[in-house]
Design a protein around this ligand. Structure first.
Ligand code: PMP
Length: 406
């Protein structure tokens, strides 16, 4: 697998894939990273597969939940109810932004986005979707259609018709595109693959008002931002705004087991649609007994270790230190930005992202540049990271930039 994809990857990424693979086989995972089989050194994982390991790469509670489930889980629960599924549904709806009282389970992020879009299309009876440029929502059918870069879609067209792409953080553009045919607006509150762009307060609040005014579903894709990543359980909390539908996954399964959810508010249109077509979304693997036990363990760990606060505090320290580094290197770094532990460094030139990921790999850090913006390197450490570990990461970044300048 590594060989087949290696033409698209740089040295640091190949090493990561190889290390990650062997690592799992050899059970050498550490909480913050993995062992590099070539050097034997522990690599700090600053990418975490874009936010899959919020509670750590080898969280004992998550591992225990999987181990216990192996002998006691209910294999039929994908389509039926298990105790863990009911408990998780209660937990999630209680802790999600108020009003998101119902949910469907999905096996991953793309499927959750598909389900969210289907709900909006089915309940509204309309066909138009407004998404954002450079957005990433997954590789399944409907999610693929709303990815904001042409290279994802062009080999598979015709995809879902009626999708238009507005620039991110541009409320005026959404207003111009929205019409009687618009079923939903879908956004990531913090764009990940697009290069870490945090939505402004005015944008999110404006979207909420616009969608209310025109009867449009507002969908938040919190697959990457969910489960504490931005310093709150869901990024929506930073805005005091409740979307109509919220899709999440990734860290919901602790990075070790697939599980995702679509939380939604009930209204007359939704109720009518569900009555007409109650099986509009079915997923055997989504909401499995084992997956729900893992998700419950993840939520417990987020609380026990106070990971939302840690993400916020460590994120602020990290951003402050990176801002200092930016000041010292104006010819290299254009901007640093982010929220919680979802942080990006934008380099002046595109070639610097791949160069820096190599330089950082030499220093024991795996960091990846953004899929849709190679000049932006993403830092999404496990939320369990300590202040000292952040300081170490900062020192490696400082040194890597020095070697790049030399
Ligand atoms: N939405 C967002 C915002 C994502 O970041 C991702 C994964 N990078 C997805 C959806 C798709 O998730 P999955 O890979 O679990 O299908």
């Amino acid at each position: 697998v590594v060989k087949r994809f290696s033409t698209h990857l740089n040295k640091g990424q190949i090493r990561y894939l190889r290390a990650g693979h062997l690592d799992i086989l050899e059970r050498h995972r550490t909480d913050l990273g993995f062992t590099d089989p070539e050097t034997g050194r522990v690599m700090v994982d600053c990418f975490t597969s874009a936010g899959c390991f919020n509670v750590g790469r080898s969280n004992p509670a998550v591992q225990r939940a999987i181990e216990e489930a192996l002998t006691t889980c209910d294999m039929g629960s994908g389509h039926l109810l298990s105790e863990a599924k009911i408990r998780l549904a209660r937990h999630l709806t209680a802790r999600a932004p108020a009003g998101l009282t119902h949910l469907f389970f999905a096996a991953g992020g793309g499927e959750a986005v598909d389900c969210a879009l289907k709900l909006a299309l089915g309940a509204s009876g309309k066909t138009g979707i407004i998404a954002t440029q450079k957005a990433y929502h997954g590789h399944t059918g409907l999610a693929l259609s709303v990815n904001g870069k042409d290279h994802y879609r062009r080999h598979f067209e015709p995809l879902m018709p009626g999708v238009r792409f507005a620039p991110f953080n541009d409320l005026g553009a959404v207003r111009d595109m929205a019409g009687p045919d618009t079923a939903a607006v879908i956004i990531e509150p913090v764009q990940g693959e697009a290069g870490i762009h945090v939505a402004t307060q005015a944008y999110i609040r404006g979207l909420r008002e616009l969608c209310d005014e025109l009867g449009i579903f507002l969908i938040f894709d919190e697959v990457q931002t969910g489960f504490g990543r931005t310093g709150a359980l869901f990024a929506a909390e930073h805005y005091g705004v409740v979307p109509d539908i919220l899709a999440t996954a990734k860290s919901m399964g602790g990075g070790l087991f697939p599980n995702g959810a679509v939380l939604y508010a009930m209204n007359d249109n939704v109720a009518r649609f569900l009555e007409t077509w109650p099986a509009f979304h079915l997923s055997y693997s989504g909401g499995s007994d084992i997956g729900c036990r893992v998700s419950l363990a993840v939520l417990d760990e987020i609380d026990r270790l106070d990971l939302c606060s840690n993400a916020r505090d460590r994120g602020e320290e990290f951003l402050r230190a990176l801002e200092e580094i930016r000041g010292e290197n104006p010819g290299i770094i254009r901007e640093v930005r982010g929220i919680g532990l979802m942080v990006g460094i934008e380099y002046i030139h595109e070639f610097m992202g791949p160069m820096m990921s190599n330089a950082l790999a030499e220093g024991g850090i795996f960091a990846a540049y953004s899929g849709n913006a190679p000049q932006v390197m993403r830092f999404m450490l496990p939320l369990t990271v300590s202040r000292e570990e952040i300081e170490q990461v900062v020192e490696v970044i400082r040194k890597a930039i020095r070697t790049m300048k030399a």
